[in-house]
Design a protein around this ligand. Structure first.
Ligand code: XMP
Length: 508
């Protein structure tokens, strides 16, 4: 079945992915396309509604993000922030530099009755702009203003084009959901035909059509994404899905055993386990640069599969648990490449398997929901995200068996303390990283000269942004004491307070 599609055109806005999430939360399937790819995407088929995102530029800048509005003629459209300004600019209104740059909370006033923004439960709206609309296009009426922004919302008489200067997608606009809901259901007449269940039904069909009678190698890491991916493939093609777990020796303490147990006992008894830690450590010997590590690991995974070709005989596809944020962060025309998440970009050219990525349009919470629907146990579905290259990206400098042991032991202490106090519930990801600087300490009257451990615990909605978890000092001190006393090779423990951005969640 074809879903209705809400196409979000990205003009480089900070919150564009959030728009997509909000629309999907409201039960409508949504995809994001960079403005540079909008014409091509629109040529492939007409979406049922369009949302134009915010963006940092001025419509008057040379080379500013743009859109040919004739391509979306007749399609219900909502412009947000830059999208609102571009709509005005392109349809004959006027956009100018505002005297007062509006940033933060504002109050929406002079609201027109029965408009997109009428009767909201809160008049608070979140603004972030330097330019503003000074005259609406012909045939548009102004439906809301703030004390410094006279045209904070407008809509056309035909009832299909809407613009808001504020951001309805962020939580600082408390009733932004109503604005989006009204646009989608009342104005654009969408039905709300998107749910995790029909995602599963559709994807099962799509996988079957794509792979036919071929066998698909499903590489599972024990993480949520690859587990859900393997469960979905198993649902779609049964034994044609060959599930393989490669133990690269860089998982958390006890995790390899746990993965095998969960998989074989709860849903895939034929899991093939490959113990490859020695191969990985050998390949990583002397490698210290983060991107180089990812490439080595990506290549080693594939080499492993090739070495076990007999067990994996006949597999012509490799399924991966790539998610939407991985796709976005691995580089699109409007987003800078931050790091190669190995399950997207690090696979070598000589790899012969074709790649299938059934989750690549989903956000993490959607993947968890799909996992639940597929019957995966809660402890798998709720597991913290863990990077494919494992502890290699949490061990700065060279990865050796001994340095992995130190990191695992410290990580174990940190996470068991979190669990025993029930703190893990509010945390997106938590881990211990080992640095490659050494510092002097004193223990039992002896001088030590060792590496520090960094503790990282963040709160996040989707890994695109994150904040450090605000622990009590006493808790951190307790964990610090346990680690320096119980883990050989560590003489200092630090807590990382940095948010994302400007840092990333992982250290590499
Ligand atoms: P960063 O560190 O970029 O991470 O803020 C965002 C999310 O992605 C995970 N991550 C990875 N996952 N391969 C993966 O499969 C990778 O190379 C990789 N690097 C980061 C990270 O744990 C976080 O959830």
């Amino acid at each position: 079945m074809r879903h209705q599609l809400v196409l979000v055109i990205d003009f480089g806005g900070q919150y564009t992915q959030l728009i997509v999430r909000r629309v999907r939360d409201l039960g409508c399937y949504s995809e994001m396309v960079p403005w540079t790819g909008a014409a091509e995407k629109l040529a492939q088929g007409r979406p049922d509604a369009v949302i134009l995102s915010g963006g940092p530029r001025s419509v008057h800048d040379p080379g500013a993000p743009d859109l040919d509005f004739s391509l979306i003629e007749g399609i219900p459209t909502l412009g947000i922030c830059y999208g609102h300004q571009l709509m005005a600019h392109r349809l004959g209104g006027r956009v100018e530099r505002a005297n007062d740059r509006e940033y933060g909370r504002r109050h929406l006033a002079n609201v027109a009755e029965r408009s997109l923004v009428s009767d909201l439960s809160s008049d608070q709206v979140w603004m972030s702009h330097g330019d503003q609309v000074e005259a609406p296009p012909h045939g548009f009426s102004v439906t809301g203003a703030t004390d410094t922004c006279p045209i904070a919302a407008f809509e056309d008489a035909g009832g299909s084009r809407f613009g808001v200067q504020f951001h309805p997608e962020v939580s600082h606009t408390p009733d932004g959901r109503t604005v989006l809901h009204r646009f989608l259901f009342q104005k654009a007449g969408l039905q709300g035909d998107w749910s995790s269940q029909n995602f599963i039904d559709d994807e099962v069909e799509r996988i079957r059509a794509k792979v036919g009678s071929d066998k698909v190698l499903c590489a599972v890491s024990g993480g949520v994404d690859s587990s859900v991916m393997a469960a979905l493939l198993t649902r779609a093609i049964g034994d044609q899905a060959v599930c393989v777990f490669v133990d690269h020796g860089m998982l958390r303490k006890g995790e390899a055993e746990q993965v095998v147990e969960t998989f074989t006992q709860t849903f895939h008894p034929n899991l093939i386990k490959i113990d490859a830690s020695e191969l990985f450590f050998e390949a990583l010997s002397g490698v210290t640069e983060p991107e180089a590590k990812r490439k080595v690991i990506g290549a080693e995974f594939v080499r492993c599969f090739e070495l076990h070709a007999e067990e994996l005989a006949g597999c012509t596809w490799l399924a991966q648990g790539t998610l939407y944020p991985d796709v976005i962060e691995s580089g699109s025309p409007t987003a800078a490449k931050i790091k190669t998440h190995h399950n997207v970009g690090g696979l070598p050219d000589w790899m012969k398997l074709k790649v299938i990525e059934p989750l690549k349009w989903l956000f993490k919470d959607e993947v968890r929901e799909v996992g639940r629907k597929l019957g995966l146990p809660e402890d798998v579905v709720d597991r913290e995200p863990f990077p494919g290259p494992g502890l290699a990206v949490r061990i700065l400098g060279e990865v050796t068996a001994e340095r992995v042991r130190i990191t695992q032991d410290a990580d174990w202490i940190f996470r068991s303390e979190l669990k025993s106090r029930g703190l893990n519930k509010g945390i997106w990801q938590s881990y211990a990283a080992l640095l490659d600087v050494r510092s002097v300490g004193v223990m039992g009257d002896e001088r030590t000269y060792e590496n520090p451990i960094v503790l990282r615990a963040v709160q996040s909605e989707d890994a695109m942004t994150a904040q450090a978890f605000p622990f009590e000092f006493e808790f951190l001190e307790h964990v610090c004491n346990r680690i320096v006393n119980e883990v050989n090779g560590v003489n200092r423990v630090l807590y990382d307070l940095t948010s994302k951005p400007p840092a990333t969640i992982e250290w590499e």
